[in-house]
Design a protein around this ligand. Structure first.
Ligand SMILES: [Zn+2]
Length: 123
């Protein structure tokens, strides 16, 4: 006889994980000569700003890892850029919202979505 209920491990504990928090170091990269703001540097929080950090341009369109001390000012071409407003911020990492699955919907979800959810719950 096997009437002892087996504890289900997947149903309860993994549904609502609190968002992960990460401490990151941010700094504004500015040109010493003309004052042009080149972007915002970001790196994992540590001792000082590492020589390679993620640079997000001021309009937010571009984000890449750069050796920021070797960058040149896009406006005057000066190589003397420096980091100001260095700060450590705590950033929350929440589950990314998938807009394709988050559309308002009516009635039964399509079969592909049911299968996708089943796969995500099983994972
Ligand atoms: Zn400049």
């Amino acid at each position: 006889m096997s009437s002892v209920p087996s504890p289900s491990s997947s149903a309860t504990s993994q549904q609502f994980e609190p968002p992960k928090q990460q401490r990151v170091l941010t700094a504004v990269l500015q040109c010493r000569l003309c004052g042009q703001t080149c972007g915002v540097l970001e790196s994992p929080a540590g001792v000082g700003l590492p020589p390679v950090a993620r640079l997000t341009s001021t309009d937010g369109a571009l984000s890449r890892l750069v050796a920021w001390q070797r960058l040149r000012c896009p406006r005057c071409g000066s190589g003397s850029l420096f980091a100001i407003e260095v700060a450590i911020v705590t950033r929350r990492h929440e589950a990314p919202i998938d807009m394709a699955l988050d559309r308002p919907r009516r009635g039964r979800p399509p079969r592909w979505l049911v299968e996708l959810r089943a796969r995500q719950e099983a994972a």
